[in-house]
Design a protein around this ligand. Structure first.
Ligand code: DI6
Ligand code: FE
Length: 407
């Protein structure tokens, strides 16, 4: 099995309860697909035949993880961007048959091949900045055939790009037009047909639901999550994005992997999140694009030591954002998070949000060798600058995905 020894590195290991877990003048050994040793340059292990990569004090981090995306879809919604700039709100556009439902029409019309081709440049943008794992949701098909089509595209993207992809079934994302006035019937279809079939085809790693005034109410949302749990699947939920319906507490009580968005989460409910292992996934891209002014309860989340992850929420409506580095900057600038919290949010805590923290998310012996080498000396540089990509090379599961400067 091939070995790679990274020498003269600065490591942001993310080990420890807070901070970067920084090690200067360090080295790291990869054996096969795993990290097998890391320590000081003064204590290099014996390695015979290992490829030596002199990092020249560059920063190494775990591969970045985008734990919430809607990257597979048809069409675009630039027209709605213009409408919002003229004063229409996201909820008004949705109520008039635009929004998610308009992407559903475009997605239903697209072939699997078209969806794949349209998703590629979006994914490549993420990969160029060191993403090694990402989550992709369905939710723009809203019928059995088209939800499964979306999830197949996600699986194919993983195969062809050699990426780790987690597929979330989001059949309860919006009410399709043909079920107008019959939301409970649609939820029954989701639970009894769509989800079991998608799972039967091996296409579901977790189940998500949108609990919101423009989507499904708390009871309908809980029904979907309960069905998912009956099938043995992990759950998560879009909650408290535009209003407070109590979705976060309900999902956390059920042991959800994550609750996502949270701008309207009542700070007094955060203690109930802290009682679970549920991760708070914040999505500053949607906050920014929708020009939201209400901040998620960051101080309360911090105080109660709830793990906070960050993601792009990449989607054609509320967050046409394809840069995790930009998201880290937004988390600092808009949400007043620290650069260390931002890095934890796209590595270790994002791994937790996907239920993968035993395997990825930090530089630690035994974990997958998903490693990014950055052309910077200090980790705060990753959050600080906008519009520069300092990714110098990427290793995924012990294989060079992009040797970059180490040709
Ligand atoms: N919240 C979001 O931010 C995305 N879905 C959701 O439930 C937006 C999806 C879209 O506007 O197409
Ligand atoms: Fe989303």
């Amino acid at each position: 099995m091939s070995q790679t020894l990274f020498t003269n590195a600065t490591l942001a290991t993310l080990q420890g309860e807070t901070g970067y877990g920084l090690r200067q003048q360090a080295a790291l050994l990869v054996d096969g697909d795993r990290i097998t040793w890391l320590g000081d340059m003064a204590e290099l292990p014996e390695t015979e035949g290992a490829e030596i990569v002199d990092c020249q004090q560059r920063l190494l981090t775990p591969g970045l993880i985008d734990c919430h995306t809607h990257l597979v879809y048809g069409g675009d919604r630039a027209d709605e961007f213009e409408l919002r700039l003229e004063g229409a709100s996201y909820a008004e556009i949705a109520a008039q048959g635009g929004g998610i439902v308009s992407t559903v029409n475009a997605t239903r019309q697209a072939s699997e091949q078209q969806l794949f081709a349209e998703a590629l440049p979006r994914i490549r943008a993420l990969l160029a900045e060191g993403v090694t794992t990402l989550e992709i949701k369905s939710g723009y098909g809203l019928d059995t055939e088209n939800e499964i089509k979306m999830l197949r595209v996600a699986a194919r993207l993983a195969d062809e790009l050699g990426l780790r992809v987690r597929k979330s079934f989001l059949g309860a994302h919006a009410l399709p037009a043909e079920y107008e006035g019959r939301a409970d019937e649609y939820i029954a279809l989701v639970c009894e047909e769509m989800l079991p079939q998608a799972q039967h085809e091996g296409l579901v790693d977790a189940v998500d639901v949108f609990i919101e005034s423009i989507a499904f109410d708390l009871k309908q949302g809980e029904r979907v999550l309960a069905c998912a749990q009956d099938l043995g699947l992990p759950i998560k939920a879009h909650v408290e994005q535009l209003s407070d319906l109590g979705g976060a507490v309900m999902a956390a009580r059920r042991g959800a992997l994550s609750v996502d968005h949270l701008e309207y989460l009542n700070p007094e409910d955060v203690a109930q999140l802290a009682a679970s292992d549920t991760v708070a996934v914040l999505l500053p891209g949607a906050y920014y694009v929708l020009r939201e002014t209400r901040l998620p309860p960051i101080d309360a989340l911090r105080e109660h030591r709830v793990a906070i992850a960050l993601a792009t929420d990449a989607n054609p409506g509320s967050s046409p954002v394809h840069s995790l580095l930009l998201i880290m900057n937004m988390a600092c600038t808009l949400f007043r998070m620290t650069p260390a919290e931002a890095l934890r949010g796209v590595t270790l805590n994002a791994a937790k949000a996907l239920g993968l923290a035993d395997d990825i998310g930090s530089l630690e012996c035994g974990k997958q060798a998903d490693i990014v080498i950055w052309d910077v000396a200090r980790p705060a540089m990753l959050s600080y600058r906008l519009g520069i990509n300092p990714c110098a090379a990427v290793m995924q599961a012990g294989n060079w995905r992009d040797r970059g400067v180490f040709q």
